[in-house]
Structures are given as C-alpha cells and as structure tokens.
Design a protein around this ligand. Structure first.
Ligand code: B12
Length: 212
C-alpha cells in the first residue's frame, strides 16, 4: 500500500494513534518530509469534504477525520517542521483565522501549517474571529500579514469588515491582507481591497512569498 493510501485509510477510519505513529515512522525513516505529508493530508481532507457533500459519508465521519488529522498535524508534523526549521530565518509573521460567524477550520489550519512549513511564523486564532481580535493580535505580535478565511457566502462580508476596521484605525498600510476560502475569488479580493487571494494552501505560500 502506498503512503498516500495508508494515510487515507487511517484518516477515514479515525485511527488517530496509528496515524501519529505511522507519520512518525515515515519521518524517522526519511521516506517523506513533513511538508509532503502535509500536502498528502490536505488532498485527503479535500476528498473527505467532497465525500460529505456527495452524501457518501455523514457528519460524524467528517468531523472524526478532521479531528484525527488535526492531532497528527499538531503533535507530529508541525513539531517536526519546527525542529527542522529552527535555524531558518522567519519569512514573516502571519496572523490567520476564520472570520466572525464561520466555524470552518480545516482549510484555514492547512494554510497555516503550509505557511509554517515554509518558514513563516504563524499565529492561528481559530474560528469566529472578530475584526478586533485579528487587529489586536496583529498589533501585539508585530505581524506582517493578516490571513482571513471564509467558507460561507454569509461570512465573506466579515473579511471586508476587517479591512474597513484597519482603515478606520489608520493601520491598513501596515499589513498585507490576504483572503481565501471556497466562496471567495480573485475578484472578491480586489473588490474589498485585499492584497491577495489564493485558491489553496500551496498557492497561499506562493502568494505570500511574492507579497513579502
Ligand atoms: C467540513 C465542512 C463543515 C464542518 C466544518 C468542520 C471544521 N472543523 O472545519 C461543519 C459540519 C461544522 C460545517 C458546518 C456548516 N457548513 Co460546512 N462544509 C464543510 C465542507 C464539507 C468541507 C470544507 C472543508 O473543510 N474542505 C476541505 C478544506 C481542505 O478545503 P477548504 O476549506 O476549501 O480550504 C482550502 C481553500 O479554500 C483555501 N483556503 C481556506 N481558507 C483560506 C484562507 C486564506 C487566507 C487563504 C489564502 C486560502 C484559504 O486553502 C484551503 C486548503 O487548500 C464544505 C463543502 C466542501 N466540499 O468544501 C461545506 C460548506 C463550506 N459548508 C456549508 C454550510 C452551508 C455549512 C453550514 C451553514 C451548514 C448548516 N446549515 O448548519 C454550517 C456553518 C456553521 C458556521 N456557522 O460556520 C456550505 C457553504 C455554502 C456557502 N457558500 O455559503 C458548503 C460549501 C457546503 C455546501 N455545498 O453547501 N461544515
């Protein structure tokens, strides 16, 4: 069985401990890098999300897979990436979160982990983050970039709200603001005056490297 197939099986069966151990053994044997494992897990979560949408799986299965993946990323992959990159100079500080009223976290967490694995210092504020929380954290840590995730058409306006709030406080020029999430687009980013938009976690890394 390929690494991808094995990971997919463990994610779908919520084998959290086994997934952690499997990822650890792959890293130990230098069979894959932590960043590549992250890419594989990202593809698998896209697949799981689509399965849910097509009603092939139900909500508890989707949440179980998301939690399994989160533990493996938090406890094995992110620490491995951190250990490998300790000497690396930071590419910039990113404050990222899902905007107010929106609880979707999986894609935003992947973007955060990809940025982290590419040398960015990442402050992940979680979900339902208000404009004030984004701005306060960015000010506190001296961030360069604010990343706003929105998975709901209804929550997209909160991305705009963050930008407007930055303007109101005279801080707009201090930060690069990037937006993402499935209902958003390049046009939307332009319309609300964001500095950039990316379709997925890999593009988000490219975008930020360009912006910095
Ligand atoms: C998982 C999921 C949930 C889970 C979330 C669990 C969690 N912890 O995240 C639960 C079950 C809680 C949920 C709830 C709801 N959901 Co939902 N959910 C999904 C689902 C199936 C998958 C999303 C996902 O995780 N995809 C996998 C990740 C890897 O992809 P991604 O999120 O798109 O992220 C990538 C890119 O968008 C991008 N990206 C994401 N964020 C950012 C940020 C930046 C800065 C950048 C640059 C890029 C970027 O990079 C990511 C990685 O490649 C989607 C359908 C789908 N197939 O997308 C619906 C979907 C998003 N949900 C939807 C809806 C309607 C809801 C509910 C309102 C349902 C309800 N009636 O209660 C609630 C909302 C509750 C709330 N207040 O937020 C709709 C949204 C429709 C719309 N456009 O408004 C969708 C599209 C389903 C549908 N077709 O109707 N949902």
């Amino acid at each position: 069985m390929s690494i991808r197939d094995k990971i997919k099986k463990l994610v779908i069966e919520w084998e959290t401990e086994e997934l952690k151990e499997y990822c650890q053994s792959i890293l130990k044997n230098n069979e894959e890098t932590a960043s590549n494992l992250l890419k594989i897990i990202g593809d698998i979560m896209k697949y799981v999300g689509d399965q849910f949408e097509q009603e092939e799986i139900f909500l508890p299965e989707l949440i179980g897979s998301a939690e399994t993946v989160k533990v493996a990323i938090d406890e094995v992959l992110d620490p491995a990436i951190r250990a490998a990159g300790e000497e690396k100079k930071t590419m910039g500080k990113v404050v990222i979160g899902t905007v107010e009223s929106d609880v979707h976290s999986i894609g935003k967490d992947l973007v955060g982990s990809f940025l982290f694995s590419n040398g960015f210092e990442v402050y992940n504020l979680g979900v339902e983050v208000t404009a004030d929380q984004f701005i306060s954290k960015a000010e506190e840590v001296g961030a360069d970039i604010i990343g706003l995730s929105s998975l709901l058409t209804m929550s997209m306006d909160f991305q705009k709200k963050v930008i407007e709030e930055l303007k109101k406080r005279g801080l707009r020029e201090k930060y690069k603001v990037i937006v993402g999430g499935s209902p958003t687009s390049e046009d939307w980013a332009e319309k609300i005056g964001a500095d950039g938009w990316a379709d997925d976690a890999i593009e988000a890394v490219e975008l930020l490297k360009r912006l910095m």
